[in-house]
Design a protein around this ligand. Structure first.
Ligand code: NAP
Ligand code: ZN
Length: 347
């Protein structure tokens, strides 16, 4: 077994604290990764505090993992010790159903195995995430990272990156399309970078007036304050695509009304309450709502290769693991520019 240091939530009411446990010995198809950096996703906070229900403790959050390969199992050919690799939101799936065979492991018929907050496929081991020194993962769920990119700034691509890249691609975002990105946080800022790199005209739709200059620096040409009723009214039927990354409970119908005929509302944000959606706003313009969860392993590698080619990474604030509870507080205040990334050397 591999001794592993980490930070864990021991209950939904307690702060994250130091925690030691063991990773499994390598199976034939496993990769042992020494973790260098791990991004801090709002999903980590939702789950540590059991905001979606069913959380399992002790919980080591973290699913934006980058590091170096330490060792590989006997049948692994894609990776060797020293390689830079990443691990994202899932670490296993049945690898056998129609979804898995279509490289959509995240929609596995049998349910994907999350990187943490769930049982592994043996039905008894609690999966533990990336706020830790080491992780052992089946090779299909490990991706390669180019050494041409800043490793810390790559970490958020493993969740925030793929979660925005995948639906923007699925919605067919191309040059000249009008794309709105709601919420300029971890996911939102990656959505802006990708949509702009695909050639779209990007508008950030935000509750924070202070983020306007950053929105434009990140690639948006326009900024819409969602609390400005007049400005919102002027955007009725304006957008081809709106990507909603908001983490808090909110009204989706206002964004539907901003979509043109057959416009698409892409939902990736995961507030805890089920929202009301007006059927009239939907039918009036044959509008489409699309939900999307991360991306498959093939598409995650494609996204990372695209990022290497176009030199796209996340804007990060690197923190020590001891700062994690403060980072959660700042995330709740929408005070993140634009992703916290933990330097695991501080563990
Ligand atoms: P984040 O960094 O905290 O950003 C969320 C942003 O939402 C904030 O920066 C803020 O942007 C906006 N916001 C916050 N409260 C709001 C409110 N009351 N009304 C309107 N806007 C508000 O979070 P994140 O890590 O990007 O994650 C965003 C959501 O996506 C979370 O719910 C997370 O669980 C979910 N998620 C989903 C997937 C998936 O596969 N679908 C994957 C990862 C994460 P402004 O300041 O610009 O308003
Ligand atoms: Zn995430």
């Amino acid at each position: 077994m591999i001794p592993t240091k980490s930070y864990a939530a021991l209950s939904k009411h307690t702060q994250l604290e130091p925690y030691s446990f063991e990773r499994r010995d390598l199976r034939a198809d496993d990769v042992h990764v020494h973790i260098r950096y791990c991004g801090v996703c709002h999903s980590d906070l939702h789950q540590a505090r059991d905001e979606w229900g069913g959380s399992m403790y002790p919980m080591v959050p973290g699913h934006e993992i980058v590091g170096e390969v330490v060792a590989v199992g006997s049948s692994v050919t894609r990776f060797a010790p020293g390689d830079w690799v990443g691990v994202g939101v899932m670490v296993d799936s049945c690898c056998n159903c129609e979804s898995c065979n279509r490289d959509l492991e995240q929609y596995c018929d049998d349910g994907m195995t999350g990187t943490y907050n769930g049982l592994e496929r043996d039905g008894k081991t609690l999966a533990q995430g990336g706020y830790s020194s080491d992780i052992v993962v089946k090779d299909r769920f490990v991706v390669s990272i180019s050494r041409s990119l800043n490793m810390a700034a790559v970490a958020p691509l493993l969740c925030a990156g793929i979660t925005t890249y995948s639906p923007l691609r699925f919605a067919g975002v191309t040059a000249g399309m009008k794309v709105g990105v709601v919420g300029l946080g971890g996911l939102g800022h990656m959505g802006v970078k990708f949509a702009a790199s695909f050639g779209a005209e990007v508008t950030v739709i935000s509750t924070s007036p202070s983020k306007e200059a950053d929105a434009k620096r990140l690639g948006a040409s326009r900024f819409l304050l969602s609390t400005d009723k007049e400005a919102v009214k002027n955007h009725a039927r304006y957008f081809d695509v709106i990507l909603d990354t908001v983490s808090a409970d909110h009204n989706y119908t206002g964004y539907l009304d901003m979509l043109t005929v057959e416009g698409k509302l892409l939902i990736v944000g995961l507030p805890s309450k089920t929202p009301e959606i007006s059927p009239f706003s939907l039918i009036a313009k044959r509008r489409i709502i699309i939900g999307s969860m991360i991306g498959g392993m093939k598409e995650t590698q494609e996204m990372l290769d695209y990022c290497a080619e176009h030199q796209i990474v996340s804007d990060v604030e690197v923190i020590s693991i001891q700062y994690i509870n403060d980072a959660y507080q700042r995330m709740l205040r929408s005070d993140v520019k634009y992703r916290f990334v933990i330097d695991l050397a501080t563990l």
